[in-house]
Design a protein around this ligand. Structure first.
Ligand code: CTP
Ligand code: CA
Length: 226
């Protein structure tokens, strides 16, 4: 019997993956976060390692098993993630930003627990740094992949992000669909390319979607380097 050797299409490639939510502290006992589980990013990190890549996984969650042969860095806030991504992006050939980075953080972090005294309180929020946008600005010969979690106008918003953030690919999902989105083990995504083409995938496991995304990246990079 003939067995094909394990595919190593990402051999010698360094892949940086971000995954999970960020946590934005309000006081020592409270934070703002979102429903991202990190499963899609972890699947990407795991599959990239299986395809032969050197993988760095910058994670906002510590609740998932760490994939084998992956360098794992745990972060909490969007600011932490930004710093770690900038530190490790230098040597990365491929950067996949699947993390659900908080868009806003409390403007003020209270040193002690906010006590329940007033009938209502106002919490002022300020914008976080858009990590993907910053990567897109600095990008030279890297392949940059963003995600877009949308509830409506999926294609329009995904294409807008592709252009504005100078990404090479956007993986969009409609989080309102059954079988797509946050905690589940499946997802329904469409991959949007810079050249205007798109690839709509049926409902699949996050592991299979990760493989598809990585094969799309490898094929695009092949075309782009020749
Ligand atoms: N992203 C990021 N830094 C942020 C916010 C988002 O790097 N502060 C990245 C995400 O990791 C994702 C992409 O940008 O790869 C798109 O994130 P998304 O939340 O869909 O888009 P936003 O630009 O934040 O716009 P909006 O939330 O208004 O749709
Ligand atoms: Ca956002």
């Amino acid at each position: 019997e003939f067995f094909a050797p394990k595919q190593a299409v990402l051999q010698n490639q360094t892949v940086l993956v971000t995954a999970g939510p960020t946590k934005e502290k309000l006081d020592p006992v409270r934070y703002f976060t979102n429903r991202s589980s990190g499963k899609m990013g972890y699947a990407l990190a795991e599959q990239a390692a299986l395809l032969g890549a050197n993988v760095i996984l910058i994670s906002g969650t510590d609740r998932l098993p760490i994939p084998q042969d992956v360098t794992w860095i745990h972060v909490e806030s969007a600011e932490d993630m930004y710093k770690e991504v900038m530190k490790h992006s230098v040597g990365a050939d491929i950067i996949i930003k699947s993390a659900a980075v908080a868009d806003y953080r409390p403007k003020q972090m209270f040193d002690s627990k906010i006590k329940k005294s007033a009938d209502r309180i106002m919490i002022e929020m300020e914008k976080t740094t858009d990590i993907l946008y910053e990567l897109g600005k600095r990008k030279k010969d890297q392949f940059l992949v963003g995600f877009a979690a949308e509830t409506n106008h999926v294609e329009e918003y995904a294409r807008e992000k592709l252009t504005r953030k100078n990404a090479d690919m956007i993986v969009a999902n409609n989080v309102t669909l059954e079988g797509a989105g946050f905690e589940g083990n499946t997802n329904i995504v469409t991959i949007y390319h810079k050249d205007g083409s798109a690839k709509e995938l049926p409902i699949m496991s996050k592991a299979d979607i990760a493989k598809e995304i990585l094969m799309e990246i490898a094929s695009q990079m092949g075309e782009w380097q020749t």
